[in-house]
Design a protein around this ligand. Structure first.
Ligand SMILES: NC(=O)c1ccc[n+]([C@@H]2O[C@H](COP(=O)([O-])OP(=O)(O)OC[C@H]3O[C@@H](n4cnc5c(N)ncnc54)[C@H](O)[C@@H]3O)[C@@H](O)[C@H]2O)c1
Length: 431
């Protein structure tokens, strides 16, 4: 890579550190000396976790950011995914990435500026903390952490770090939600005290929800079980747990932290809400009666400060209604469906709507390929933040707030109890 000249008196290290400081406005810690020495140099990236999401992000990376950054290293606990990603990077990027089984070795490489973490949920917190400690900028998949306590620890540590963190709640980079936010702020739906959010899926009997295919060649020798477990309770090697970790509480919060967090996050973003003050959830395993631990049928009601409720529902046995969020004001409704369509319906109020409401035109718009574009915009925003040109649109604090709603829902379901959150003391308890 060609080295760029920096402004006089500015070292490589100061350049990237300074840009991160603009993005985070937080105290300084020494970042690693990365490869991106000037505004036009490529940011050197490592990806940790190249399963379903990691390889999707890799594709989106090459579709959007290959002139800005280069994937220099990859790490995975299953050699099959490592080999597949390596081959893809050779094809799309023309380089041979360094490969690792232990992410801590990847983090030791001082030429890496930024990492993308796309491992199972229970590994996020430790990997993120280690990455910040190593001076890397981080794009981490949601949920921010596996528990509320882990999320709080991350926030405490991040206060003394100046690296950029982008959380993978990519709806924030979806222009339909930005439009919804602008319409709400302009008063198009009046006062908003209520939203519905839902996610419905279905599949054939031989393709149970979240029972993703286990690679035929996977063995105890080429899947690193101990690295997968991390700090989770020790258990004998289990392929279903390794490849279908979403179904087990040790590694996943189930629907709450997998799907719901996206939807509470974006509702909080569109309507400018702080985290909820309470959550009451219920659920069951109704459609997929295998040895899974997490429900396939789930409902939760959230109360927010200032008088606002979210009514959440999810079911894996019928997908007629798809997924989306409906923001319901006394003067109108805005819904975003399947992340590709936005509809606006002014209230009719029995034909007696005030003139200003009656004058509003309903609206429907669909953006093709919008999901891919949103993921790409999220990655582009991350790199722009690393360079200090933009703020991350899904910073740590938003990830913490989104994760809280997910964790409260999981806790409520598992305890059979309404959960209360106190944002002042950042503590929770059963009602
Ligand atoms: N933002 C989104 O829309 C979205 C969509 C899907 C998944 N996700 C998130 O992405 C993350 C990964 O989900 P997934 O569906 O890709 O799971 P996955 O099981 O397909 O992939 C996880 C990968 O991590 C690897 N891995 C496991 N332990 C590791 C370790 N210690 N070190 C390095 N690699 C390790 C696995 O071998 C696998 O390749 C989850 O947090 C999930 O919630 C986000």
């Amino acid at each position: 890579m060609q080295q760029q000249r920096l402004p006089d008196g500015v070292s490589r290290r100061e350049f990237l550190g300074g840009s991160a400081a603009v993005a985070l406005a937080a105290p300084f810690a020494a970042p690693s000396a990365g490869a991106a020495t000037g505004p036009n140099d490529k940011i050197a990236v490592g990806i940790i976790g190249l399963g379903i999401r990691g390889s999707y992000l890799l594709e989106r990376f090459f579709a959007s950011s290959k002139d800005t950054a280069a994937i220099a290293s990859i790490c995975d606990a299953y050699t099959g995914n490592l080999a597949k990603a390596g081959a893809r990077i050779r094809t799309l990027g023309g380089n041979v990435p360094k490969t690792y089984g232990d992410y801590r070795e990847l983090l030791q490489d001082r030429s890496i500026d930024a990492v993308i973490i796309a491992t199972p949920e229970h590994l996020h917190a430790t990997m993120l903390l280690d990455a910040l400690q190593a001076g890397k900028h981080v794009y981490t998949e949601k949920p921010l952490a596996h528990t509320i306590e882990e999320g709080e620890k991350i926030l405490r540590v991040a206060e003394t770090s100046r690296q950029v963190v982008q959380v993978g709640t990519q709806n924030r980079s979806n222009p339909l939600y930005t439009k919804a936010k602008e319409m709400v702020a302009a008063g198009m739906i009046g006062e908003v005290h209520y939203a519905r959010a839902f996610w419905y899926r279905n599949s054939l009997d031989d393709a149970p929800a979240w029972r993703y295919a286990i690679p035929a060649d996977a063995t105890e020798q080429n899947t690193d079980w101990n690295r997968f477990l991390g700090d989770a309770p020790k258990r004998p090697f289990s392929k279903p747990r390794f490849f279908q970790w979403r179904l087990y509480w040790d590694y996943s919060g189930g629907i709450s932290t997998d799907l719901l967090v996206h939807q509470t996050d974006i509702t909080q973003f569109v309507l400018d809400k702080a985290p909820p003050v309470s959550c009451m959830a219920s659920g069951a395993i109704l459609r997929w009666k295998d040895d899974r631990e997490v429900p396939d049928t789930f409902g939760a009601v959230f109360e927010y400060p200032g008088g606002f409720h979210i009514d959440y529902s999810c079911y894996f046995g019928n997908d007629h209604y798809g997924f989306g969020e409906q923001f319901m004001g006394n003067e109108g409704t805005i819904e975003v469906l399947n992340r590709v369509s936005l509809n606006f319906y002014p209230e009719k109020l029995g034909g007696k709507a005030p003139a200003r409401v009656a004058a509003r035109q309903s609206l429907s718009m669909t953006l093709a390929d919008n999901e891919n574009k949103a993921a790409e915009a999220h990655i582009v925003n991350f790199f722009a933040a690393v360079r200090g040109r933009e703020k991350p649109i899904a910073p740590l604090e938003s990830g913490r707030q989104a994760a809280i709603s997910g964790h409260l829902a999981t806790l409520s379901f598992r305890r059979g109890q309404k959960m209360l959150w106190d944002e002042q003391s950042r503590t929770y308890r059963g009602a």
